[in-house]
Write a protein that binds this ligand. Sequence first.
Ligand code: C2E
Ligand code: CA
Ligand code: CA
Ligand code: CA
Length: 280
Amino acid sequence: AKASGPHRYLVFTPALRTVLEDRWQIASRLREAAANGEFAVRWQPVVDLRSGEVTGAEALLRWNHPQRGLIPPEEFIPVAEENGLIVPITRWLLQVTTAQATAWAREGLDLAIAVNISAVHLASGTLVDDVLGAVGDNGLRTTGLTVELTETSIARDPEQAVEQFSVLRKHGIRVAIDDFGSGYSSLSAVASLPVDVLKVDRALVAGAPPKRLAAPEAILRAVSALGSALGLQVLAEGVETVEQVDRARRVGCAFAQGYQLSRPLAAEHLSGLLEDSRRR
Ligand code: C2E
Ligand code: CA
Ligand code: CA
Ligand code: CA
């Protein structure tokens, strides 16, 4: 048969069927994954650009599937958001990460931790209880925890975001806008949000191709100035080269994360690294 348009057979392509079966399989396995201990946490160091010290770390979720190996978060988090499993998964993650931070504090490592929160969790109405519960259960100072929400997920329901961020901040929890610059939020929208940290998206940090050399620095400088003017701590995400680290520092970003500084690490590798650097 001859297709009369490029979309005619879309529904029946084997490729799409595989994608759908994949999603279904991921969804059904996801339920057991937590109970089977298949989730793991990697920690990406956050570096203070003035002192060069690691002052914190972002928790990044990993799924070690017994048959398929490591499944990246981009594949299973959208599925977990669709079926609501993201809420119990994040509840588990909050418990594990706050317990880890308390353990580090006992070893004398004062690390501020950050945990990614989904828009689905924000809409569920249990976010505040889940966050404060984990912090309380594990005896962590509330100021030791930052919750990260993307600018896109905040934009879905800004009123609800403002309400819950305000309660969390009243308790000392810090709030970060994640992936800033990747969506379409206006600057005034950011100004009205009760948040503490602006995480500038990797795309803005990396900048445009070398043709327009001046642009990347100008844009990053403007975003950084905006953040600082609003009293926010500005963090440059995804720095991959020495040039990008230098640029972030030059334009006034206080913090940075990225492969140039460190890949995400297992907890014991991170603490090992910090203890080594202290002894030196
Ligand atoms: P994100 O929150 O923006 O996290 C940063 C991502 O960028 C991480 O990918 C990290 O490994 C990667 N990255 C860090 N430095 C660099 C760099 O220099 N270059 C490049 N190319 N990438 C860098 P990861 O761990 O694969 O996570 C991807 C996304 O999945 C996260 O983006 C976040 O949106 C989501 N995610 C991860 N863990 C969780 C979680 O526990 N809960 C929720 N809701 N989302 C999560
Ligand atoms: Ca994040
Ligand atoms: Ca980000
Ligand atoms: Ca992201």
